[in-house]
Design a protein around this ligand. Sequence first.
Ligand code: XMP
Length: 511
Amino acid sequence: RVIVIDFGAQYAQLIARRVREANVYSEIMPSTASVADILAKKPSAVVLSGGPSSVYAEGAPQVDPALFDAGVPVFGICYGFQAMAAALDGRVAQTGLSEFGRTPARVADPGALLAELPAEVNIWMSHGDAVTAAPAGFRTLASTVGAPVAAFENVERRLAGVQWHPEVVHSEHGQKVLENFLYGIAGCSGDWTAANIVEDSVAAIREQVGDKHVLCGLSGGVDSAVAAALVHRAVGDQLTCVFVDHGLLRKGEAEQVEKDFVAATGVRLIVKEVADQFLGHLAGVTDPETKRKIIGREFIRTFEDAAREVAEHEGVDFLVQGTLYPDVVESGVGEGAANIKSHHNVGGLPDDLQFTLIEPLRTLFKDEVRAVGEELGLPAAMVWRQPFPGPGLGIRIIGEVTRERLDLLREADAIAREELTRAGLDRDVWQFPVVLLADVRSVGVQGDGRTYGHPVVLRPVSSEDAMTADWSRLPYELLERISTRITNEVRDINRVVLDVTSKPPGTIEWE
Ligand code: XMP
């Protein structure tokens, strides 16, 4: 495995993902980890991430020079590169020439690290300080105007680094540089593949579960589906899945879970049909927070009831939770990071039922979860489903949630999704909410007649993590097709509008 040391920038997770894209398993550790902590993981290589500090600033995180004598290959990126230079008695100084963003670099001597790169590359920089002299025994490979030593290596000691950010897409040949380090310098083997992940996870789950019983809630989303499929592959019918059909999912999604998923996996599924109960509790409610509370509460109640039934029949020892690696990193679990956040990916646990959590996706990034889902043969629509909020269409109807309104929105949403897919843009758009302004009516004309219908809002956004987002610049032709089809095919919707607000100040959802 490769250990990525996080020097406090937002890049550590990205680096870890890029390393895994090169089929090498990686984990993140905080910069407070000691060399002994790092070596205890038996790393095949260490990557030092970028960070916001200046290596000479008071309290700046440092690299213990002992790391470079441990015989482990090390790759320094940006701050990590400077920290490495400083620890090895190179020279880091303020050149007065900061570089941010796209920067041309000259590759004077590619060495092993920059092998097969052209002599001029555009790379992504973000630095104030620069390395002005490489440590003794190191070859300088590239330079920019503001960074006389922009890349160096010592192949014998298997140490190398770059001033730029090879992990960001704006750095040309960035992945190639990482792979040159991983394969060419560090001698890693690329065996972290979906097939191997499945094999390892299945073995680990079997070991953990033994002959006990497991319960899993399915939401229709990719995480719970992949987690369930993995556990099923490991322990078969010792797993029972529960799906709460609250009537707030999009067109075809309940069927995907109840038919396609079951057909693909053979999972034993209990379906709770509770749309009437949910709509009853939502009657007359328009306040967004109240809606969320009601939906959350009813969901937990229903899931608890199902869990109790299963527990009475055969006992439940484990509950599957779809925690992903970014949640683990952000929670700082087990790695001594200061920032502790709790994540609740299941609705809640019944107090009188005692489960042990089983988290089969705990080491995986989202793209790996999808790759594993494909490897397990899950329906593509499920594997590539965009994020969808727990309260579902309940928070995409502005106003009271009724069955008629849900049906309207489901039709309009299905058209928007279908056209986006047909345009081949699914993976360019993070999420594409369609929102029904159920209490707004406007006058329109269709054929010879006046209409007085509702508008829907199209809210396609691009994002990395949903914390910030920008409105997607969808092609006009696509918007036109969606608009024409919705107004023609969905009675009572006579206007389609586009939300062009970023987040912040807007949120992705309207409620
Ligand atoms: P906002 O609207 O706050 O949404 O920009 C950020 C992301 O979170 C999703 N979202 C939710 N997910 N339960 C969820 O599981 C919720 O109550 C919820 N509310 C918003 C939203 O779809 C977006 O991806």
